[in-house]
Design a protein around this ligand. Structure first.
Ligand code: GLU
Length: 479
């Protein structure tokens, strides 16, 4: 996601309050004790720290945070954001969203988030390594990281490289600890990561959109046909989440007509070849000037307002606001980013008949596969390692028996498909798809159970609050 670091967005000092407001809106539809609801909303631990790094001949003081929002389950979980715009309110809000996100997709973690207030583009790789390792040491000193305590992951501006540095630092400081590598997820595959983690968030967004457009009753209400085939999509952000959302939505049959980046947007009603656009940007440094686009916009936000069925904001928070929501032509907003639609804009959009697939569900694919990576690290064995060959042998035995008893011979291609045992990537994708499909219908069913529930977001918060409340009760903290 680091290529989005220059994107500009307005400061959001009320982001945490916005998330609390969503909880309050949802809580009206529950019977939970007010004190318990206040505990659910509160940010449990806020760790703000500063440390120096040497830059050239002088020192620079770096501001950093790790915030654990809820300990109703351990460990807590959430990414680390590297951005100049990071502030405490934002990290609190994002940590809170992680709590509700994990709850709604049944990932057994509390929520957390980290932030390092730097623009990574202004630092050398060696400096970024120093910053990341020092950040990790500070977390270790204060017990804010560990496989059973708090497990970071990538977020905006960070990726596999940073996660490797964190894992290595933690392991060095915990030598002999068998589970040390489960202290962070989103690691490269070669360094105890898991197949499919990098693309998981975007793939999850694509599954979420596919589920939403598969419900004929809901599509009829907004005047769309069912299915992704022929659906026109605009994606904001060509970082990890945006790129993979676009890629998998195209694979599932949709047409990406618009792409918006920090320096501008491009549009082609007949569809854009996302791989080709990425190649062009690599060569020229920008998506602007791409000759196969019909239109381009220097003001990136204009790109969001072009004709399409579905808008996928996959960059940063506060992108769809009261100022531009009336001009959004999409009927569905699928929130790949966290908090891209302000509460007022979301209310207006839904009131106008639109559907918002809320962030806490739509982008939960990342943390879902992080959960699988954590399990892999704790079990010290790759998924499929024990049973893949056994499964293949059993399948071949069944095939042989069927062929000899029926006299029907399958082609080698058919035998290969039926006989195959599952690889780690296939198991991860199956777990991811199952999570996204089940959770969508769980949220939709909550919404449909009460006509007063205004949106999928409120329904998702109701589901999350109920699950967190049960955890507190199970912990014996609440009667
Ligand atoms: N940063 C991602 C998110 O916001 C992933 C978090 C994780 O995998 O722990 O969901």
């Amino acid at each position: 996601m680091s290529n989005l670091n220059d994107i500009t967005f307005s400061e959001a000092p009320h982001f945490f309050n916005d998330v609390c407001k969503y909880v309050d809106d949802a809580a009206q539809f529950t019977q939970h004790d007010k004190g318990l609801l206040n505990q659910i909303k509160a940010c449990n631990s806020v760790f703000h720290f500063k440390f120096p790094i040497r830059k050239g001949n002088s020192f620079e003081i770096i501001d950093a945070w790790r915030i654990e929002h809820s300990h109703h389950m351990s460990p807590t979980k959430g990414g680390i954001r590297y951005s100049e715009m990071v502030n405490e309110d934002e990290v609190m809000a994002l940590a809170a969203l992680m709590t509700y996100k994990c709850a709604i997709v049944n990932v057994p973690f509390g929520g957390a988030k980290g932030g390092i207030k730097i623009n990574p583009k202004n630092y050398t790789i060696a400096e970024l390594e120093t910053i990341t390792r020092r950040y990790t040491v500070e977390l270790i000193k204060k017990n804010f990281i560990g496989p059973g305590i708090d497990v970071p992951a990538p977020d905006y501006g960070s990726g596999e490289r940073e996660m490797s540095w964190i894992a290595d630092t933690y392991q060095t400081m915990n030598s002999g600890s068998l589970d040390a590598l489960a202290c962070v997820t989103g690691k490269p595959l070669a360094l105890h990561g898991i197949a499919g983690r990098k693309e998981a968030t975007g793939k999850g967004v694509a599954f979420a959109v596919r589920e939403c457009v598969s419900v004929s009753e809901d599509m009829a209400k907004i005047g769309l046909t069912t299915g992704l085939s022929g659906k026109k999509i605009i994606v904001q952000g060509l970082g990890n989440v945006g790129y993979h959302s676009a890629k998998f939505l195209i694979q599932l049959g949709a047409t990406v007509v618009g792409l918006c980046e920090f320096d501008g947007a491009i549009y082609n009603d007949n569809g854009l070849d996302v791989e080709d656009v990425i190649k062009y940007r690599k060569e020229t440094g920008s998506i602007l000037g791409y000759t196969k686009a019909q239109k381009e916009f220097k003001d990136s936000s204009e790109g969001l307002e072009q004709a399409c069925d579905i808008l996928v904001p996959a960059a940063l928070e506060n992108q769809i606001t009261e100022a531009n929501v009336a001009r959004i032509k999409a009927k569905i907003i699928a929130e790949g980013a966290n908090g891209p639609t302000t509460p007022a804009a979301a209310a207006a959009f839904v009131k106008n008949g639109g559907i918002i697939i809320p962030d806490m569900y739509a982008n939960a694919g990342g943390v879902t596969v992080s959960y699988f990576e954590w399990l892999k690290n704790l079990s010290h064995v790759a998924f499929g390692r024990m049973d893949r060959r056994y499964e293949e042998t059993s399948n071949v035995n069944i095939l042989n028996t069927l062929e000899s008893s029926t006299g029907v011979k399958l082609t080698p291609e058919q035998r290969a498909i039926v006989g195959k045992g599952a690889s780690e990537l296939e198991l991860v994708n199956s777990g991811l798809e199952d999570t996204m499909v089940r959770s969508y219908h769980e949220i939709r069913n909550i919404k449909n159970a009460n006509p007063l529930i205004p949106s999928l977001r409120t329904a998702a918060f109701i589901g999350a609050i109920d699950k967190i409340a049960i955890s507190y009760q199970n912990l014996g903290i609440w009667p």
